[in-house]
Design a protein around this ligand. Structure first.
Ligand code: 15L
Length: 268
């Protein structure tokens, strides 16, 4: 594709990975952005910008066809930091996209938007959001914001509720939540190119037997995961999370038990 695609958060783990893999699968007009330039290969286009600064986002979204939005704090943080970086940052991005007539956004949502669902509940694209943290709440907000901008302004979007995107699974929870770099790249590519997308929620997960998510909507859109957590040796995976009994009950794991003051029994 030679239309201009902006990737936010390219100095980070997944934004950086996508910036590299998308160039390899034929995106010839990529622009990367982040707060600081880190691990960016030579001969790639990069502009330093702060998502909190609307004017600078307005500038870098000019002439852009699609945005792959991975620029955010990727874990739990203070309410203030999440509000500024993830919520206001995402709002600025969509508003700039509307003004500059960007056609598509692929939004990096997270399993933490649905983290307070129990591990025994199988979810699909219609399942209720149940954020497990300020971070998860910012992802739920991004999903709703993108739905508003799709319905009201016809900016097509795909929200990927990413499980655990790592080179290899590292603990037992990842047997359910893991997604490989290649499979995530495939989903992002569908989000940019699929003709029938309006607003989509899909799960960013490989073909894991133990997955908690019915990802049939992603399959309908053509997703064919190549990898599976099943291929890894369970015995070599870290069992550390098993010290936290509450985390074991809920899909969001340790994000649910951190600072928990509620009643586990009441969370059905
Ligand atoms: C996420 O959304 C985080 O960005 C990542 O650091 C992991 O915690 C992942 O979810 C996960 O749930 O494994």
């Amino acid at each position: 594709m030679n239309k201009k695609v902006l990737v936010t958060g390219v100095s980070g783990h997944l934004g950086g990975m996508l910036f590299r893999t998308m160039a390899k699968i034929g995106y010839s007009n990529l622009l990367g952005t982040d707060l600081k330039k880190k691990n960016i290969e030579k001969n790639t286009k990069f502009i330093t910008a702060d998502l909190k600064n609307f004017q600078s986002i307005l500038k870098i979204t000019k002439g852009v066809y699609a945005i792959v939005h991975f620029g955010a704090i990727p874990v739990e943080d203070t309410q203030k930091n999440i509000l500024q970086n993830n919520i206001i940052g995402t709002y600025n991005l969509f508003e700039a996209a509307r003004i500059n007539k960007v056609k598509r956004v692929v939004f990096a949502s997270s399993n933490h938007a649905i983290g307070f669902h129990r591990r025994t509940t199988r979810l699909n694209e219609f399942s209720k959001q149940r954020p497990d943290s300020h971070y998860g709440l910012s992802k739920a907000f991004g999903e709703d914001l993108s739905r508003l901008y799709a319905d009201k302004f016809n900016i097509k979007s795909m929200c990927i509720r990413i499980g655990s995107c790592l080179k290899v699974p590292e603990d037992k929870r990842h047997l359910s939540t893991w997604i490989s770099y290649e499979d995530l790249t495939q989903l992002v590519n569908i989000g940019i190119k699929h003709k029938l997308i309006h607003h989509e929620i899909v799960y960013g997960v490989s073909k894991n037997k133990k997955s908690w998510w019915n990802n049939s909507r992603a399959y309908m859109l053509g997703y064919k995961p190549k990898d599976s957590a099943d291929q890894f040796n369970v015995n070599s995976l870290s069992k550390n999370e098993y010290k936290d009994k509450m985390a074991l009950l809920f899909q969001g794991g340790v994000f649910t038990s951190a600072n928990f003051k509620g009643k586990i029994k009441s969370i059905k």
